[in-house]
Ligand binder design. Structure first.
Ligand SMILES: *[C@@H]1O[C@H](CO)[C@@H](O)[C@H](O)[C@H]1NC(C)=O
Ligand SMILES: *[C@@H]1O[C@H](CO)[C@@H](O)[C@H](O)[C@H]1NC(C)=O
Ligand SMILES: *[C@@H]1O[C@H](CO)[C@@H](O)[C@H](O)[C@H]1NC(C)=O
Length: 473
């Protein structure tokens, strides 16, 4: 993610500032609720009382007793905000206006628009929001040895747009402190693996801005024409900025993802991403980041390249990404996933590179120029993404697994629908091939409830990684 744009939404004041020397201007940060589901093998899926927080930089920060902005187009007003303590005396932060930022929620669905119409004219909104728990801190999702599933509608995202759902290892409180009592509820503390320059680094004002790197796991960066999922592990002050992403088109599967494709992006579908450890536990070493889709009640295995690549594994990362080992590869990514990461949703486009890294050249069918935001705003001003039915937990618990196990005891209509829709499918997230077939290098060849091939392609042998997983190596 190289999204550093700042937008200061000049919303009308709902309430006058109440307190001095404290940053929030009002007591209610106004976070829209977004229901999510936590799932387990034993208990099914349970609705969570979660909400969203729009990023800090989309909030209006102004003088305590007036309406003068404490921020400028390039940073902070250094007279009002020479340091964190003085800034907190002089300035307050307003709740965000989610409507004018292109964000709305309904039940378990989140809709985000790139552009918002105001007085008949479309303006750039490009929102970024974080998942907030009922305690006012971010939800720290611990996904090591677990899986994350959600539904997405990307049908209106053209070339050059990026509807993103990803995780960063932000502080759970958003870096809340005595000068920033709002913290996570006000969307503070953003970091990612591109080490963006942050004015409020981990919630504390640094007037000139300072790079803030942290582990990032991109679950989905995509539009209706292309997509990728990518781990970005970090050291203390640098990251694997490129990462070893998996993009079906770049693997030669040019008809896999798109309108009318194997995954038909003209309609909504479900994405499951599994973080498989070497011993099948939530404390093991991350060995593989596996992917599957569900559409029209059918499980769609991830695309497989002619070389047999259909998943992100350490050997594959090391072969395609020279920086992978420098930052500890999947092992580092797994540790961050084990500690807990913040779930982030965004929609953005890219005025300098037109998102070519995602959807053009060898990465997708888009021309090198059609992702220019000036094309998008003139041709697709209503472009938006809808994320819904977000659920996470034990492997196999967030969608229906073989033989009717899995989320059969779910508590919500939405999940029940998904369960029903998938009861006819035979396998969970596996690299299935016809019976008697030979598995390719890196592919799965055994493990508990594995029904796929157990023979490996010549030159490789089936090695037991853990009770749940054997691999052709
Ligand atoms: C910064 O704030 C001071 C004090 O309110 C004001 O006089 C000055 O014009 C502001 N500077 C900018 C660049 O907005
Ligand atoms: C938020 O923005 C919308 C649309 O731009 C506007 O109609 C509304 O009055 C704003 N709400 C507040 C509380 O300022
Ligand atoms: C961020 O701030 C929180 C709260 O002050 C603190 O506990 C945490 O260690 C900080 N994280 C980093 C990486 O500085």
């Amino acid at each position: 993610m190289s999204f550093t744009k700042r937008q200061f939404v000049a919303a009308a004041l709902a309430l006058l500032p109440l307190a001095q020397a404290q940053q929030p201007a009002t007591t209610d940060p106004g976070n829209p609720s977004l229901k999510t589901y936590k799932c387990s093998k034993s208990g099914g899926c349970v609705a969570q009382d979660t909400a969203i927080a729009l990023d800090w930089n989309y909030h209006w920060i102004h003088t305590v007793n007036g309406y003068e902005s404490c921020t400028t187009s390039s940073g902070v007003n250094t007279t009002l905000c020479p340091d964190a303590a003085t800034c907190s005396k002089n300035c307050v932060i307003e709740p965000a206006n989610y409507t004018s930022s292109g964000v709305s929620t309904s039940g378990d669905a989140l809709t985000m628009h790139q552009y918002v119409k105001s007085n008949g004219v479309y303006g750039n909104a490009s929102p970024r929001v974080y998942l907030l728990g009922s305690d006012g801190d971010y939800v720290l999702m611990q996904l090591l040895g677990q899986e994350l599933t959600f539904d997405v509608d990307m049908s209106t995202l053209p070339c050059g747009e990026n509807g993103a759902l990803y995780l960063s290892e932000m502080s759970g409180s958003g870096g809340r402190n005595e000068y920033n009592k709002g913290g996570a509820a006000y969307g503070s503390g953003y970091c990612d693996a591109q080490c963006p320059s942050e004015l409020w680094k981990n919630g504390t004002l640094v007037p000139g801005g300072s790079p803030y790197c942290c582990n990032e796991m991109d679950i989905l960066e995509g539009n209706s024409r292309a997509n990728a999922y990518t781990p970005h592990p970090c050291s203390a002050d640098n990251c694997d900025k490129g990462g070893c992403g998996f993009n079906p088109y770049a693997q030669g599967k040019t008809n896999y993802w798109g309108p009318g494709g194997t995954v038909d992006t003209s309609k909504p579908f479900t994405i499951t991403t599994q973080f498989i450890t070497d011993d099948g536990t939530q404390t093991g070493t991350l060995k593989e980041i596996r992917r599957q889709y569900i559409q029209n009640g059918q499980v769609i295995a991830n695309a497989k390249s002619s070389a047999g690549i259909d998943s992100i594994t350490e050997p594959w990362c090391e072969s395609v990404d020279s920086a992978a080992t420098t930052f500890g590869g999947l092992t580092t990514m797994g540790k961050a996933l084990g500690r807990g990461m913040v779930l982030i949703f965004s929609i953005w486009n890219d005025a300098s590179g037109y998102m070519n890294w995602l959807d053009s050249g060898s990465n997708g069918p888009c021309s090198s120029t059609e992702g220019n935001p000036s094309n998008i705003i003139s041709q697709d001003p209503d472009t938006h993404v809808v994320f819904s039915n977000i659920r996470w937990g034990d492997i196999g618990s967030t969608f229906n697994a073989p033989g009717g196990s899995g989320s059969t005891t779910t508590t919500t209509a939405a999940i029940t629908t998904t369960t029903k829709a998938t009861t006819t499918t035979k396998t969970s997230s596996t690299t299935t091939t016809a019976g008697g077939a030979t598995q390719t290098q890196w592919g799965q060849c055994g493990g508990q409830s594995w029904t796929g091939p157990t023979a490996c392609v010549a030159g490789t042998t089936c090695k037991v990684q853990n009770p749940y997983y054997s691999q052709c190596l």
